[in-house]
Design a protein around this ligand. Structure first.
Ligand code: P6P
Length: 333
């Protein structure tokens, strides 16, 4: 008798604890899982698909899109728009909100996603992923942009799928964080990492050091102290990791602790950092907090930010509690 718990079984058992649950969220999460299995298959075929490389187009961020950015976005939209669970979608790869086509019923949720985070790594075969966030919308209505502008604390569900040596889904609905590994033979996500928690202490930091001369003083000070280790004011030495794929950094932090920083820098006048609030910082912030970590801009809790635009950017400092608290304390000084 298999003792393995599938994603579907796990979510249904969690749903049973909520008597008011209708089952729509369970079905929506399964639809997202199905889309990500399809993305995993596409990404795993690599250059055999002839889909690597640039699409010669730019997204709303002004970033050159990879062919797979567009292909994976289409996979997500086509897997979700017909389901009757959504009243609209937001994607990193699409300027405006994505409406539900007339011929399909509209539901009570809003889905926001980065279909292929870290896609600059796709051509060099490093881990990439899909990040998603689910908010409550107005059941049956066409979603408007303002319906999406909800604080991160309003998220109903958040997760990401890693396309790495194994394909994994990490998900929270507010009752902790659980990790599932895709059994490619069976096509099921299997519970392999129940109740993931981030160690409060760490000796590992993640930041793109090439931007050092542009950082704020608080971040300069924190990273300098990490680099000095026991020869400076810290009582320990530090290691550094930078994968340039947020999904990979966050998963590593969930498994062994760490602090990830993508701070605002002085080139960003008015841009407030690189990472996007609605479909990167908020879902990752929900997951990190549910795992016992902290997610901050340096000045405020990310999940408390009142959004003003679906593609707005924020500085992100997340991970092990004691280190993030130190960085935020430096910002207050
Ligand atoms: P940089 C990927 O493009 C991304 O949005 C995150 O996944 C990643 O952490 C960051 O940007 C990498 O930025 O400047 O190092 O390329």
């Amino acid at each position: 008798m298999s003792t393995q718990t599938t994603l579907t079984q796990f979510i249904i058992e969690q749903q049973r604890k909520l008597p008011e649950a209708s089952g729509d969220l369970t079905l929506l999460i399964n639809d997202i899982a199905a889309a990500c299995k399809r993305i995993s298959h596409t990404v795993n075929r690599g250059s055999m698909t002839g889909m690597l490389g640039s699409a010669e187009t730019e997204n709303v961020q002004g970033e050159t899109q990879k062919q797979l950015d567009i292909i994976t976005n289409d996979i997500m939209v086509e897997a979700l728009d017909w389901t009757g669970h959504l009243s609209g979608m937001v994607s990193e790869e699409v300027d405006d909100i994505i409406p539900i086509p007339e011929q399909f019923p509209k539901g009570k949720y809003l889905a926001l996603f980065d279909p292929l985070d870290g896609s600059s790594n796709i051509d060099i075969n490093l881990t990439v992923g899909t990040i998603f966030s689910i908010l409550a919308g107005e059941d049956g209505a066409d979603a408007r942009q303002e319906d999406f502008l909800q604080k991160g604390t309003e998220q109903v569900c958040a997760g990401f799928v890693l396309y790495g040596p194994s394909t994994m889904m990490i998900i929270t609905t507010g009752q902790g964080v659980n990790g599932f590994t895709l059994d490619q033979d069976v096509g099921e996500f299997i519970l392999t990492h129940p109740q993931m928690t981030i160690p409060e202490e760490t000796q590992e930091f993640s930041i793109n050091m090439s931007n050092q001369r542009f950082w704020e003083p608080a971040v300069q000070r924190y990273i300098d102290e990490c680099l000095q280790g026991t020869e400076g004011s810290r009582d320990k030495n530090f290691n550094m990791r930078w994968v340039a794929s947020m999904v990979a950094e966050v998963y590593r932090i969930l498994t062994r602790g760490g602090i990830f920083l993508y701070p605002v820098d002085n080139r960003d006048s008015g841009r407030a950092g690189k990472l996007r609030l609605m479909y990167e910082a908020n879902p990752m912030g929900f997951i990190v907090e549910q795992a016992g970590g902290i997610c901050s801009t340096g000045y405020e809790r990310i999940l408390d930010i009142q959004p003003t635009d679906i593609h707005q950017r924020v500085p992100v400092i997340l991970g092990s509690k004691s280190e993030v608290e130190r960085v935020t304390a430096y910002h207050q000084e």
